[in-house]
Design a protein around this ligand. Structure first.
Ligand code: WT7
Length: 682
């Protein structure tokens, strides 16, 4: 108590320091201080011109406040950021070691009301940058509210009830956003499936979630090509039993529909334009989203209303230094967590204009992003390193053609950003006057946990480092061998954990809480285990170095080795396979597949590769196709039968002499055979 008072006094000093008078009571004052501290525009920061020491201490101050009194910190944040229908009295009721996470549980709110009704009707909510070049459409907050209410009532008319699952298989578009918010308005859970996933992958997600309704489009144009969404859905429905109705958005042409198909536009047009938002508990589910782990089928991570929206809106504001009037573009697909937290929920809760990008970075040419930045006057731009790397290879002439002076913050997400890409982003795109934010987070964390924070005046950025945790986030590294916590202030590598719960943490894996606990909670300490490895510096900065498990990260898309192996094994001539991630210049990682064929297989290698690839495309998606295949007689395994991926990873990059400890190999010839194969290819 004493300590917290002291900190409040420090904040008061800070408040005076930044030159604002009219101080109210301390609690309220602290509230304002935090809001100001995290929301200052870059211009204001520059005027302050603070030395680094003060700045660092300032961040420390807020961090210390959040550490010593997390309940007050998060409660203030939740009240500051959101409109609550019923205020909460309970803040943090988590027991992390038991996998129990609960925030603001007796509070009530409606997420769609927070993202729509609160903002002036005429403000622009979305700019839809369609696949077709040079075409964009603006959607005002009022229009988006109308669309949302109409779709919400359409869903109700189909019998969708609170907590029912609605699968959304749509291109990144205002309809996709309105459908997500429509689910939120009526308390249904949306489950967006990336519209690049195959019919089998879609069917698997429909079956696991038990969805009643699927919302899709006839076709989705992408890079000038048409993806036949409706056909894929029809194929998926042959493998599912729970879906009662399919709401179809006729994106490219209009036909009369029959059977279980309902015309989304026609039905929703008939509905009233307004529907009261119902209040739901902060801990009621908002959505589920599937992601891959190293073993088993993809898992449906469940996120809830209050904590998720508090954290995503706050971090969106402070990390992107984004406020009303800004034009913010996150070029991720709505089907990934980035598309949920930083395309839809964070930006719309903050009332800014969010750009929806339906196309690809190279259509019609590699200047697409930069032409768009100039035309739409984008202030914050958020993309994946893989896109940056692919554009970097095309040279500077494309970005140099365009006026990029509207840009202030450039974000990176999904995988480690390499030094060359970081500098190109900073110098060629940012013209060395933008803030670069390398943001680290996961589907499970709901929002960004570690990132440079340009809103903190003068905050430092070191290329390729995700830098510091947000205040209130308590990361720690665990020694992979001793399992001991590595002390702060010591430069070291380790497994990245978070020791305290935070509001936007996933609550569970859909219908498998045991798996949630087993996967994410460390037995030794009861910490949240991220699955990533990281390096910490003496100053407390973090660099994310890669995964500690068998998850492969291809162009920022997460895939489990077992998913890819299962798809390869579908080929009738394959007896066994093992895949590993191997460094790739553009994609970050590419897949290398080691395959054992059945006896008597007479097909040629190139025939087999084409066929196996089509199995992968059908079972998962085309981005999951391997870069290289090795047809081998045996796989390197331990005597207990575990595939030694460590060895395969080394072999995949052509290392054949320094393979580390191979003493546990059951059959040394397994390695010798692959080595011979690689030598032959060299
Ligand atoms: C995994 C999470 C977070 C939204 C997109 C991916 C890797 C993510 C970074 C970064 C290094 C990163 C991690 C993480 N990752 N951001 N800035 N630097 N690695 O979400 O599909 O849940 O994947 O992506 O390995 O665990 P996701």
């Amino acid at each position: 108590m004493k300590r917290s008072k002291l900190l409040l006094a420090n904040l008061e000093a800070f408040y005076k320091f930044i030159g604002t008078s009219n101080i109210g009571n301390r609690r309220h004052q602290c509230n304002i201080i935090q809001a100001r501290l995290f929301s200052r525009s870059l211009a204001a920061q520059e005027k302050l011109s603070l030395d680094r020491d003060t700045v660092y201490n300032r961040y420390e101050e807020v961090k210390q406040f959040a550490r010593s009194d997390p309940e007050s910190f998060w409660a203030q944040m939740a009240r500051e950021k959101l409109k609550w229908r019923k205020d909460f009295t309970r803040v943090n009721e988590c027991n992390l070691s038991k996998g129990e996470v609960s925030w603001f549980s007796d509070g009530q709110l409606n997420v769609s009301e927070n993202c729509l009704d609160r903002h002036p009707r005429e403000d622009i909510a979305l700019i839809w940058e369609k696949d077709e070049p040079n075409q964009h459409e603006q959607v005002a907050y009022g229009e988006l509210l109308d669309m949302t209410c109409q779709i919400a009532q359409t869903l109700l008319s189909l019998g969708v009830k609170p907590k029912d699952r609605v699968v959304i298989y749509l291109p990144t578009s205002p309809i996709a956003v309105a459908t997500m918010l429509a689910c939120a308005r009526i308390g249904a859970m949306h489950c967006v499936v990336f519209a690049g996933f195959s019919a089998s992958a879609l069917a698997q997600r429909i079956n696991d979630s038990g969805a009643k309704v699927v919302v899709t489009a006839d076709k989705s144009p992408r890079g000038g090509k048409m993806i036949e969404l409706q056909k894929i859905v029809t194929e998926a429905l042959n493998q599912t039993a729970t879906v009662e109705k399919v709401l179809l958005w006729q994106r490219t042409e209009s036909k009369t529909l029959s059977g279980n198909l309902v015309d989304l536009m026609k039905e929703s047009d008939r509905m009233p334009k307004y529907m009261e938002p119902e209040a739901f508990s902060a801990e009621d589910p908002l959505f589920m989203l599937y992601t891959s782990g190293s073993t088993g089928k993809p898992k449906g991570l469940v996120h809830t209303n209050g904590g998720y929206l508090t954290y995503t809106s706050w971090t969106h504001e402070v990390i992107f230094n984004c406020s009303k009037g800004d034009i913010y573009a996150c070029v991720a697909d709505v089907g990934w967590i980035t598309g949920h937290s930083y395309l839809v929920y964070g930006p719309l809760a903050n009332g800014v204009t969010s750009v929806l990008f339906e196309s690809t970075p190279v259509y019609p040419d590699p200047g697409r992003y930069w032409e768009m930045v100039e035309r739409l006057k984008i202030n914050q731009f958020y993309a994946a390193p893989t896109a940056i790397r692919s554009l970097l290879k095309k040279g500077d002439s494309y970005p140099n053609k365009y006026d990029l002076k509207s840009l202030r913050v450039l974000g990176s997400v999904g995988e480690p950003i390499n030094t060359e890409a970081w500098h190109w982003y900073n110098e060629v795109i940012g013209r060395s006057r933008c803030k670069i934010v390398d943001t680290w987070w996961q589907t499970e964390t709901g929002g960004i946990l570690i990132s440079p924070q340009p809103s903190t005046p003068g905050s430092e950025v070191i290329p390729t480092m995700a830098m510091r945790p947000l205040p209130g986030i308590e990361p720690a590294l665990i020694d992979p061998v001793t399992k001991e916590v590595i002390p702060k202030g010591r430069a070291a590598d380790g497994d990245l954990c978070v020791t305290k719960p935070w509001p936007s943490m996933a609550r569970t894996i859909w219908q498998d809480h045991e798996r949630f606990k087993d996967t994410y909670i460390t037995k030794e300490h009861g910490f949240y285990l991220t699955g990533d490895e990281a390096h910490q510096t003496e100053e407390g900065y973090f660099r994310i170095t890669g995964r500690m498990d068998d998850v492969i990260n291809i162009s920022g898309h997460r895939l489990g080795t077992s998913e890819v192996e299962d798809a390869i094994n579908l080929h009738p001539q394959v007896s066994e396979s093992a895949v590993v991630g191997s460094p790739h210049a553009i994609k970050g990682e590419g897949i290398h597949a080691f395959v054992i064929l059945k006896d008597g297989c007479e097909e040629t290698e190139s025939q087999l590769i084409t066929e196996i690839n089509s199995f992968i495309k059908k079972d998962i998606a085309s981005f999951a196709q391997p870069e290289a295949f090795y047809f081998v007689p045996v796989l390197p395994k331990t005597r207990s039968g575990k595939i030694m991926r460590r060895i395969l990873k080394k072999l995949s990059v052509g290392i054949t002499d320094d393979l580390g400890d191979v003493s546990t190999l059951a059959e040394p010839s397994a390695v010798e055979n692959i080595v011979k194969l690689i030598e032959k290819r060299k």
